[in-house]
Design a protein around this ligand. Structure first.
Ligand code: SF4
Length: 229
């Protein structure tokens, strides 16, 4: 079964600032048949629930976390909670992360930034940024984008591919397994990037007689990049 880290509110946990959840039926009822979820909520961990809303305020490029009404600087508490939540999801064999859109913590390109009281465009929330830095070439998406059928299909495919790649990384015992993996993914790889597909084929051909471990690492590093395309 897949393991996926997810913003806890998307599972319906009443953990948002106003003690509500925002259950996403596709994720809980459909993806939930194939995946077990590792929920996280850095804001609940830092400030409890219910809580005052926060926003990200830029000060000389520095991202401060400020409570909206009382104007307190809660950046440090937020960073502590994010580090704890990151450790939690890093300790699990997850193959993807799903984030809640528009949140100052979890939005993926949909979080409003401010300079003073003025809006300064939309970027990644702080925990989304933390996840992107910690998990390179990893399937990460926000729930709002998964309403688009093509993006949804592409993301679900990435989750399964990454899961398979993790299994190969851990358990490959012979060259045959790497060849079988490459053969199974042949058409998908080709559809993503013909050039990378050929490069992966060259790695599998192993003209330089590399060890299985070296080969698998080189193969999967490019395979994962390819699946983020
Ligand atoms: S969006 Fe993120 S921080 Fe906000 S309630 Fe959901 S999990 Fe918590």
């Amino acid at each position: 079964m897949l393991k996926v880290a997810i913003s806890a509110c998307l599972l319906g946990e009443p953990i948002r600032y106003d003690k509500t959840g925002q259950r996403d039926r596709f994720l809980t009822d459909k993806l939930g048949k194939y995946a077990s979820f590792i929920p996280f909520c850095p804001e609940h961990l830092a400030f409890g629930t219910p809580r005052e809303t926060i926003r990200i305020v830029l000060e000389n490029e520095y991202k401060k976390v400020i409570t909206v009404f009382s104007k307190n600087d809660v950046t440090e508490a937020m960073h502590k909670a994010m580090a704890q939540e990151l450790r939690k999801i890093q300790s699990e064999p997850i193959c993807g992360i799903i984030l809640k859109s528009k949140s100052p913590s979890c939005g993926l390109g949909s979080t409003k930034y401010y300079v003073g009281e003025m809006g300064e465009g939309k970027k990644d929330g702080l925990f989304a940024l933390t996840c992107k830095e910690a998990f390179e070439d990893f399937p990460i998406e926000e729930e709002a984008r998964l309403l688009d059928p093509w993006l949804r299909e592409n993301f679900i495919m990435q989750l399964f591919a990454y899961h398979d790649a993790m299994r190969l990384e851990k358990h490959a015992q012979s060259m045959n397994e790497l060849v079988a993996f490459h053969t199974a993914y042949k058409f998908l790889l080709q559809s993503k990037h013909e050039g990378n597909y050929r490069l992966l084929g060259k790695i599998v051909a192993n003209h330089k007689n590399k060890s299985l471990q070296e080969l698998t690492q080189a193969y999967l590093s490019l395979f994962k990049k390819n699946h983020r395309l």
